[in-house]
Design a protein around this ligand. Structure first.
Ligand code: ADP
Ligand code: MG
Length: 371
């Protein structure tokens, strides 16, 4: 039975409490029919007081530790969007847990079909295929939300975050696969196609038009964070509050596990001498995203190029960085971590202060200049 659902759980609590009170009231009524000598009256009064105290104690302990005692930890994973998604939550029974993890991962598959630019039939690919035809395409709620947010972020970061990075990221992905610097003629063609100002949005109809033929959108810097939020919200609404959702470098946690103060998460952290070491994060009710060139990069002629691209130069970032952004929404943490990698520490902090005061930057590694 899905007693983890908050409504259902409180309904059950009030039903059980009601039943308990009814039994006791019934006994009191029976007791009041006994002989009414002074001694017995006092005796029954004392018993009755003890009973009511006990009832209140029972009820208060019932409300103080609702069903937690029997919660078990469940962990599920599902590969999608080029990474592994994991959900961990506490539930009373495996049937309920299994039902909801399937629902969550079915939704994740749907999201992949919206955002994947590897999928020829995805919504984002269909939008790219209509580029340059002066045609506004109506978008799903998911794509609209991500596109609208990305355009805001592009404005706020002066184009450091750019969803239209697709033609350049396609060249750089190939470069990583072949471990070969992209062809400069190809870079020359791709660069002007990457410009967020060539994405037109129709607010009223939630529609978009890519003005230049050859434009492609790449949601790799935001879609995983968005998916983490969607899964988190779905599971939370289903009653799972002790909840953790991870999608690659993006994670969001809710209430800590029962009887714990925080979720403990293995992560890169700064050591005592400011060096990056393997450590632990202790988190609750927050999201955190990490961006950096730790795993995907090209080394060419003594230079290192990251999978995060500077839209101004068309090149993978050449400075070393490992940035973490923490705040309430995983979507924003993800996108801001990518944007800040391009912006650098100081500009990033200015953007956060001005537009996202609930988000903070944690620099694990930064080899850039003061920019
Ligand atoms: P990861 O995808 O490894 O978790 P990020 O969240 O930092 O890392 O996103 C990097 C991805 O974002 C790239 O692989 C690419 O798909 C996309 N991207 C690269 N440069 C930009 C940029 N300037 N603006 C928006 N998205 C970008
Ligand atoms: Mg990101």
């Amino acid at each position: 039975m899905a007693i983890l659902h908050p409504n259902l759980a409180s309904e059950l609590a009030s039903q059980e409490a009601k039943t308990f009170v009814e039994i006791c009231v019934h006994r009191r009524v029976l007791a009041s029919e006994k002989p009414k000598t002074l001694f017995l009256k006092r005796f029954y009064k004392t018993i009755s007081t003890i009973k009511w105290t006990l009832i209140l104690l029972c009820l208060s302990s019932f409300w103080a530790c609702p069903a937690n005692a029997q919660l078990q930890r469940f962990e599920f994973s599902h590969p999608q969007m080029g990474t592994l998604f994991q959900v961990i939550f506490y539930a009373k029974d495996s049937t309920v847990a299994d039902f909801w993890q399937k629902k969550a991962f079915t939704r994740l598959d749907e999201l992949n079909h919206v955002f994947s630019d590897y999928d020829d039939c995805s919504e984002i690919t269909r939008l790219a295929n209509a580029a340059g035809r002066n045609a506004f395409l109506r978008l799903s709620d998911d794509l609209w939300k991500v596109l609208a947010l990305s355009q805001d972020l592009a404005q706020q970061t002066e184009g450091a975050f750019d969803l239209s990075i697709g033609p350049l990221s396609k060249l750089w992905r190939k470069a990583f696969r072949q471990q070969q610097f992209p062809d400069s003629a190809d870079l020359h063609v791709a660069r002007p196609l990457c410009n967020f100002q060539n994405i037109e949005l129709d607010q009223r109809h939630h529609a978009a038009n890519l003005t230049q033929k050859g434009m492609r959108l790449d949601a790799g810097g935001i879609a995983k964070g968005y998916a983490v939020d969607v899964l988190f919200d779905l599971l939370k609404k289903s009653g799972f509050k002790h909840l953790l959702v991870i999608g690659g470098g993006d994670l969001r946690v809710g209430t800590p596990p029962p009887r714990k103060k925080n979720w403990t998460i293995a992560s890169k952290v700064l050591g005592p001498d400011q060096q990056v070491i393997d450590g632990e994060l202790h988190l609750k009710n927050t999201a955190i995203s990490t961006s950096g060139d730790t795993y995907r990069f090209l080394e060419w002629n003594g230079q290192r190029y990251s999978h995060i691209i500077d839209p101004r130069t068309g090149l993978g970032l050449q400075h070393r960085m490992l940035f973490q952004i923490q705040g309430p929404s995983s979507t924003l943490c993800d996108a801001l971590a990518t944007a800040c990698s391009v912006l650098g520490k100081e500009k990033c902090e200015k953007v956060l202060e001005k537009h996202y005061p609930r988000y903070r930057l944690n620099v694990l590694l930064w080899s850039g200049n003061g920019e």
